[in-house]
Design a protein around this ligand. Structure first.
Ligand SMILES: Cc1cc2nc3c(=O)[nH]c(=O)nc-3n(C[C@H](O)[C@H](O)[C@H](O)COP(=O)(O)OP(=O)(O)OC[C@H]3O[C@@H](n4cnc5c(N)ncnc54)[C@H](O)[C@@H]3O)c2cc1C
Ligand code: FES
Length: 244
């Protein structure tokens, strides 16, 4: 884990209330898709955790939705401004279990971590299918970016304004060997029920410290209590114990 200063090199709106931000700095502690960074914002006590979407030798890209004051403040930041960022957080996805035809299922701002995952899986010669779920067409992002990587992409919208009408579970393809998913909890529960292979889930719980010290993100699993920030955010299907 590293706490370093990053400089904003991009902060653009890419869909309704959704922004892509690229941060230049020391990314040497970021290893796996599914890891997250924790951003300190002036005037806010708690840092804001955001998944790693893409990575280069000297920058990290994130995609965030404006939902409250912290992300609203981020959306108003300009190129050249600096941020203090903790990197190297979370376990990330385990790529070794993917099989030859992994399926990636993302909902809303659960989509970003799947982009670096898709890139890495394609780099290993895997045939990657992706299902991206949104509420409406103006919320859709990264359909073309996943296609440009070589993924087979299906988009769903709840109102049917783009792609398949319905939820991600209405567009699951046949024949996948394993799945990786990230999104809101109701979607994760539906994916858990609708899938017939093993897979991995990334949970975007509310967090305190973000690095394992406060126990604020603890959840019960089949193998005991886990801290989502440090033992997760990715859990395997077999470990998950849905409460109520
Ligand atoms: C590991 C991890 C990865 C994440 N990755 C992303 C990402 O890639 N892109 C992205 O847009 N967001 C992501 N989030 C969620 C993001 O951290 C929150 O949306 C953000 O912290 C909200 O800050 P805020 O000050 O704008 O909102 P707040 O004022 O803190 O909250 C505003 C509203 O958002 C809700 N909220 C706050 N945090 C969360 C959360 N963690 N999950 C669900 N609802 C929340 C609150 O309940 C409230 O209704 C991730 C969270 C975690 C834990
Ligand atoms: S947020 Fe502090 S232990 Fe997870």
């Amino acid at each position: 884990m590293k706490d370093t200063i990053f400089r904003i090199t991009e902060n653009n709106r890419i869909a309704k209330n959704v922004y892509r931000m690229t941060l230049a700095g020391d990314v040497s502690d970021i290893k796996n898709p599914g890891e997250f960074i924790n951003i300190r914002l002036d005037g806010f006590y708690l840092r804001r955790p955001i998944s790693v979407c893409d990575l280069s030798d000297d920058s990290v890209t994130i995609i965030y939705k404006v939902v409250g004051q912290g992300t609203e403040a981020m959306s108003r930041m300009n190129i050249g401004e600096k941020m203090q960022v903790l990197t190297g957080l979370g376990n990330g996805y385990d790529l070794s279990l993917s099989g030859e035809h992994p399926l990636l299922i993302g909902g809303g701002v659960g989509v970003p971590p799947l982009y670096l995952l898709a890139k890495r899986l394609i780099g290993r010669g895997k045939r990657v299918s992706v299902v991206l779920g949104f509420n409406t067409s103006d919320e859709v992002f990264y359909e073309d970016e996943f296609k440009a990587l070589g993924c087979a992409v299906a988009v769903t919208t709840v109102d049917g304004s783009r792609g398949v009408k319905g939820f991600v579970t209405d567009a699951l393809p046949e024949g996948y060997t394993y799945f990786y998913t990230c999104g809101p909890e109701p979607m994760l529960r539906a994916v858990y029920r609708a899938t017939d292979t093993s897979g991995q889930f990334s949970f975007e719980e509310r967090m305190g410290c973000g690095f394992g010290a406060c126990m604020g993100c603890t959840c019960k699993t089949i193998t005991g209590y886990k801290r989502i920030c440090k033992d997760g955010p990715v859990l395997k299907k077999e470990e998950i114990l849905w409460e109520n």
